[in-house]
Design a binder for this molecule. Structure first.
Ligand SMILES: Nc1ncnc2c1ncn2[C@@H]1O[C@H](COP(=O)(O)OP(=O)(O)OP(=O)(O)O)[C@@H](O)[C@H]1O
Ligand SMILES: [Mg+2]
Length: 247
């Protein structure tokens, strides 16, 4: 697969009152690498991906996805275009079954015309749901109420929901937060599997996870990009070292 830039931001800026959470950011994603964003609390990581997914609108600047300016598009439109996002905090419907959660996500990813067609075709949805649950290792949990799953499984369910939306870009905001070590290792294996067919953008505080997964790393601080490069370049960057040592 040739290396292609499929998403870029151009001087992307988001202000909240007097605070500039993301400032003049030129950020680029290519299709041939797992990309991680790291940086201290409040650096602007979640805001940047919220702008990319459409949960937030920019104050100024633009987002270009596969040649098209999507800056003003709704997040629903972007999901249909393949930009799918999992939240920093779990966002499953706790009272619905695992099956229903994933089926909703399939529905949401379909365009209105397709939705009409798929309404009559429950078997197509069922097929997507079982494939998605299977790929995260939750086969057999279809009828379990999502809120009763152990936390690690809720996170996996969330990944299954994202995969069911057939993403081209899957944005994972701190997917390992709150997971035990064995669950983290499982999730790393799962993400490596996913990235064979989906571009992954990962926000992550756990450096062991970043360095075992990412092929390219963007470091954010105070709303701007302070460094970018391969994991080893980032590890050896003195400014980044100072940032993390708090000097
Ligand atoms: N909806 C909002 N209203 C006001 N300020 C906000 C809002 N969302 C984010 N901010 C502020 O913008 C800045 C960047 O926040 P953001 O959540 O993007 O950081 P982050 O890098 O994801 O941090 P963390 O690692 O803690 O998740 C912070 O100062 C935060 O308080
Ligand atoms: Mg965040």
């Amino acid at each position: 697969m040739a290396s292609v830039e499929f998403l870029r931001t151009d001087r992307l800026t988001r202000q909240y009152g007097g605070l500039t959470a993301v400032k003049d950011v030129n950020f680029s994603l290519r299709n041939d690498r797992i990309h991680a964003i790291i940086g201290p609390n409040g650096a602007g990581k979640t805001t940047l991906v919220n702008l990319i997914s459409g949960r937030e609108k920019p104050t100024s600047g633009s987002i270009i996805y596969k040649g098209e300016d999507i800056s003003q598009q709704s997040s629903a439109k972007r999901v249909q275009a393949g930009i799918v996002y999992t939240f920093q905090v779990t966002s499953i419907f706790r009272n619905l079954s695992c099956y229903e959660n994933v089926a909703l996500s399939v529905q949401r990813s379909l365009k209105a015309t397709q939705r009409k067609f798929f309404m009559v075709s429950e078997s197509v949805i069922a097929n997507h749901v079982s494939k998605s649950l299977g790929s995260v290792g939750l086969s057999g949990k279809e009828n379990q109420t999502a809120g009763t799953l152990p936390y690690g499984h809720q996170k996996l369910l969330e990944v299954a929901m994202s995969l069911a939306a057939a993403p081209e870009l899957l944005i994972l905001d701190e997917p390992t937060q709150g997971l035990a070590q064995a669950e983290i290792e499982n999730l790393i294996a799962l993400i490596l599997e996913i990235t064979k067919s989906v571009n992954v953008l990962l926000i992550e505080h756990n450096m062991a996870v970043v360095f075992s997964l990412a092929e390219y790393v963007t470091v954010m601080n105070s709303g701007t990009i302070m460094a970018e490069g391969t994991p080893s370049e980032i590890e050896n960057n003195h400014e980044v070292q100072d940032l993390y040592l708090g000097n």
